[in-house]
Ligand binder design. Structure first.
Ligand code: AHM
Ligand code: MG
Length: 335
């Protein structure tokens, strides 16, 4: 039993005690990730005041402009997590290749997959951004890291979550036994339990999608949006449209208020025919969270958690949120 206001460390230790064989390695890993997020949060908070804001002039592996804070967040996480002894490898949205733990450090049995600063195109406008993470257990024997250790389907995740740098800094995470949210209390530097056992409403009143791409969608995707914009008050339609353009923030609102977030496939960029969002560091962790909350996530055909990744930066369409809304969309997409 939890109690509102307990620290995330106490919460992690309680979760650990529920698994008598747990070594504590996992708790150490998450605790260190929390320290990294506190450092990133502190830097994000002062971003408007320092020279750290702005473009570095570099392009990341996905061909997008990289902001300095993305690189800062990536570096903080890699540095702090490398020498812990609990990880064998990391995958970051900001790195083209798998980051193996250097041989000079002890290697452990977990893999950390993360998007260091999601929504970073919004930094200059002071809009909410966040860090998304997923934790997997190494599946191959021995010390060596093979692609199967990293390319695991979402249902293999042992934990997932995000840190949201918004009006306050929050951590939302699950290890499979429910979904809980913690808010950083800056005066004491601790995350305190503020959202216990989060559940998503069965059906919402908000849809979230980049409507600017309407002319790049297939007919079935257009039919989905026609559904949500219908004038039919008896069916609770139309839905309101909300789109921040920062996945972690759009997802957080969807989790708390209900409704659906969508990034469908579009013909805008021939290099990205399956949408923009990445399976391993964005969609799979959020799919684990929404499932814990009682919602659903699909690429239109397959549950996001059942997709076997073929490469670390693979992109997938996503429809995620309240169960009824996602089921409605799946029905429309089938035609
Ligand atoms: P990023 O990880 O490079 O910041 O890109 C992902 C972001 C998501 O946060 C957001 O949902 C999406 O890009 C918005 O894309 P678009 O501008 O195409 O709507
Ligand atoms: Mg990003």
């Amino acid at each position: 039993m939890s109690r509102s206001g307990i620290t995330v460390t106490e919460h992690l230790l309680r979760q650990q005690r529920l698994h008598p064989l747990a070594s504590g390695a996992f708790t150490v890993l998450l605790s260190e990730l929390i320290v990294a997020a506190k450092i990133i949060s502190k830097e994000v908070r002062k971003s408007g005041l320092t020279d750290i804001l702005g473009l570095t002039g570099d392009i990341n592996v996905q061909g997008e402009a990289v902001k300095k804070l993305d690189q800062f967040a990536h570096a903080v996480i890699v540095e702090r997590m490398s020498h812990l002894g609990q990880l064998c490898a990391m995958v970051s949205e900001e790195s083209a290749d798998i980051i193996e733990i250097p041989v000079k450090y002890k290697r452990g049995g977990y893999v950390l997959v993360f998007d260091p600063l999601d929504g970073s195109s919004n930094i200059d406008a002071n809009v909410n951004i966040g860090t998304i993470f997923s934790i997997l257990k190494k599946v191959s024997p021995g010390e060596q890291v093979v692609s199967a250790d990293v390319l695991q389907p979402g249902y293999n995740q042992v934990a997932a979550g995000y840190f949201l740098y918004g009006t306050s800094t929050m951590m939302v995470y699950t290890t499979g036994g429910g979904l809980n949210g913690f808010t950083l209390y800056p005066a004491i530097g601790e995350f305190l339990l503020s959202h216990e056992n989060i559940t998503i409403p069965e059906k919402g009143k908000i849809f979230s999608v980049n409507m600017g791409y309407a002319n790049y969608w297939d007919e079935n995707v257009t039919a989905v949006m026609d559904h949500f914009t219908q004038a039919d008050p008896e069916k609770g339609l139309p839905y309101s449209l909300r789109y921040i353009g920062s996945l972690v923030a759009d997802f957080h609102r969807t989790l708390l208020y209900g409704g659906i977030f969508m990034y469908p496939p579009d013909k805008k960029d021939p290099k990205k025919p399956r949408g923009k969002l990445r399976l391993t560091c964005e969609c799979a962790p959020l799919a684990m969270l929404v499932k814990e909350a009682g919602g659903l996530a699909t690429d239109g055909e397959t549950d996001i958690l059942n997709i076997e990744p073929e490469e670390i930066h693979q992109r997938v369409p996503i429809y995620i949120g309240s169960r009824e809304d996602v089921e409605t969309v799946m029905g429309i997409l089938k035609g």
